[in-house]
Design a protein. Structure first.
Lengths: 344, 69
């Protein structure tokens, strides 16, 4: 052992010290030990030593709570806690009014207000939004959206009276001035003989309107009919005719070989009186549908007593466009006119 | 004897042709006349029968209409 001691430097008696000097030597030694151990003195039950400074043997007694949990104090949404024994804690569920734990959900359709969206759900919603047409595509009231060759695009509102149509390249809609519409006089033909045929092949009209008026013969009364495309078969279906005949209404129906313009069998057209007119409309004349023909007419009766009003609807069971309209009579006509109008 | 005349107006060319009926057209015309005659006969027969019935019943056409209304 070194003297003084190697760690604390306490001075001990040496072998050469006189015996009489030992008490004093031990006093020195003892006091040094006492001084070194001074900080170890004191403390209370449960306390532990703690270094007061970095100096050797510089301790202080402290409460034994360093590095230990002495209590778990909680606040919402954490629940439970305590300062002794087994401590249990929990977490409240989250709501729209309180924080807490939430369950994740991949759903993109749930209406829950307590579930939390996952990145999966968020991406699904994002993908939909990303593929949607941007609201900013349209900027002005009345704008419409259409797809150009690649993407949705804006077509600004047109001007008053314009109509939506397809451009000349048939690639996009566009606004254009409305066509004049109305009726276009296609032809005017004087009625003659037993049959007057008006050929209107390749017409581009939606409807054809025949205005027939002033028909007459030399003297004989006559019956008046009309045919489509020179078809003579009994395929003018469902012909329904209502005419004022001597105070009675005549209703007839059935398949006929022509569209009647007067009431055959009841009262003919007075031949010597050209005070007559018919509006014969051929609807949807270029379609492949059945053709509806409406007739509205008025004529002097062959009985020289009655003025006859006739209204009827006829359906031609045909699937071809109307290219020919023929007016026929059972007595040769010496006058009268058929004006043919096209309606877009 | 000449056939009855007909008129054909080609709107596209604005050509108007007046000619006699051909055989087919004449046959159709005759058929149309026959059909008309049958209609007139049927109507006349029905009218006669109706008048006979009214006479038998001793009422007028207006009274019959009123009766059936």
């Amino acid at each position: 052992m070194t003297n003084p001691t190697s760690n604390f430097g306490w001075q001990m008696p040496t072998p050469t010290d006189l015996v009489t000097d030992l008490p004093a030597d031990f006093e020195v030694f003892g006091q040094a030990v006492d001084t070194s151990m001074a900080d170890l003195k004191g403390g209370t039950t449960g306390q532990i030593l703690s270094k007061a400074t970095n100096a050797d043997m510089d301790f202080t007694w402290i409460t034994n709570d360093v590095g230990d949990i002495t209590a778990v104090n909680v606040t919402s949404p954490i629940t439970g806690g305590g300062s002794s024994g087994a401590v249990t804690i929990g977490v409240n569920a989250a709501s729209t009014s309180a924080s807490g734990v939430v369950q994740l959900s991949d759903s993109t359709s749930t209406t829950s207000s307590v579930l939390a969206s996952t990145p999966t759900a968020t991406k699904a919603a994002y993908d939909l939004a990303n593929a949607a047409i941007a609201k900013s595509t349209v900027t002005t009231a009345g704008d419409i959206i259409y797809r150009n060759a690649t993407v949705p695009t804006r077509l600004g509102i047109g001007t008053a009276g314009q109509v939506l149509t397809v451009n000349s390249g048939a690639t996009a809609p566009e606004w254009a001035a409305a066509s004049s519409g109305g009726m276009t006089l296609i032809s005017t033909t004087t009625l003659s003989g037993l049959s007057t045929s008006v050929t209107v092949a390749s017409n581009t009209y939606k409807n054809l309107v025949a205005y027939i008026y002033g028909a007459g013969t030399a003297s004989a009364n006559f019956n008046f009919n009309c045919r489509i495309n020179s078809i003579t078969a009994s395929t003018y279906l469902y012909q329904q005719r209502t005419g004022q005949t001597g105070g009675a209404i005549v209703n007839t129906a059935g398949d006929t070989s022509a569209i009647d313009l007067n009431n055959p069998g009841y009262i003919a057209v007075k031949g010597a009186d050209t005070d007559n007119a018919w509006n014969v409309t051929f609807w949807d004349c270029n379609s492949t549908n059945r053709k509806i023909v409406t007739v509205n007419g008025s004529y002097k009766g062959g009985d020289s007593t009655n003025t006859i009003m006739t209204n009827q609807v006829s359906v031609r069971d045909a699937t071809s466009a109307i290219t020919n309209i023929t007016v026929i009579s059972n007595t040769s006509l010496t006058g009268g006119t058929i004006q043919l109008y096209g309606v877009k | 004897m000449t056939n009855p005349m007909i008129r054909i107006h080609n709107v596209e060319t604005d050509e108007v042709i007046d000619r006699e009926m051909n055989a087919a057209e004449l046959n159709q015309h005759k058929k149309d006349l026959a059909d008309l005659a049958k209609i007139e006969k049927d109507v006349a027969t029905a009218t006669t029968a109706k008048e006979a019935l009214l006479t038998k019943l001793g009422i007028t056409a207006n009274e019959a209409t009123l009766l059936l209304s």
